[in-house]
Design a protein around this ligand. Structure first.
Ligand SMILES: Nc1nc2c(c(=O)[nH]1)N[C@H]1C(S)=C(S)[C@@H](COP(=O)(O)O)O[C@H]1N2
Ligand SMILES: [Mo]
Length: 157
């Protein structure tokens, strides 16, 4: 009996990291020193969670986003100044000043109304600003920074 329990436990221990590494990489972060850090959905979920509801240009009515504050991600890597270049799967790219990444600023969203966003649905990741909470975000500059299908962030020197 104990042997069976032990072997199951051992099997789970051996399997768990493999299952985790089989997960898709959703985001690659390239630092100024050219090192690259990858994030799966689980990695993103393990970072401090942020959420807000807002209307957007591209959704009907108010929607609820869950994700990681850009400020949380950047402070994790001690990025304090300059700009980031955010790139999408469709090769759209936009520069975002690191000064945008305040606590009440943009987030990298991974859930929309509680659901994962499909690529068709502008997912799986997008940068969204709390447009309704701050009218300054209701402008073309911030809409252009609201990159959907985000898959890559490079820290500019
Ligand atoms: N991946 C991706 N994100 C993007 C864009 C794009 O072309 N591709 N356009 C940007 C611009 S210029 C605006 S105004 C907003 C809204 O664009 P939409 O109205 O085409 O959805 O998304 C931004 N995010
Ligand atoms: Mo735009």
């Amino acid at each position: 009996m104990w042997n069976a329990v032990k072997s199951i436990f051992l099997a789970l221990c051996l399997l768990a990291p493999q299952l985790a590494s089989a997960e898709d990489i959703l985001l690659t972060l390239r630092l100024a020193d050219e090192s690259e850090h990858t994030f799966t959905r689980t990695d993103l979920k393990n970072l401090q969670k942020r959420e807000f509801s807002t209307k957007t240009l591209w959704t009907e009515g108010e929607v609820h986003f869950v994700g990681v504050s850009l400020s949380t991600l950047l402070s994790e890597f001690e990025v304090v100044g300059g700009a980031i270049k955010a790139q999408a799967a469709n090769d759209y790219a936009i520069e975002i000043p690191v000064s945008d990444a305040t606590k009440q600023g943009p987030m990298i969203a991974y859930l929309l109304n509680g659901k994962e966003m499909s690529q068709r649905d502008k997912g799986p990741l997008c940068i969204v600003y709390p447009y309704d909470a701050n009218v300054k975000y209701q402008s073309e500059v911030y809409y252009a920074r609201s990159i959907w299908q985000l898959d890559r962030i490079a820290i500019q020197n």
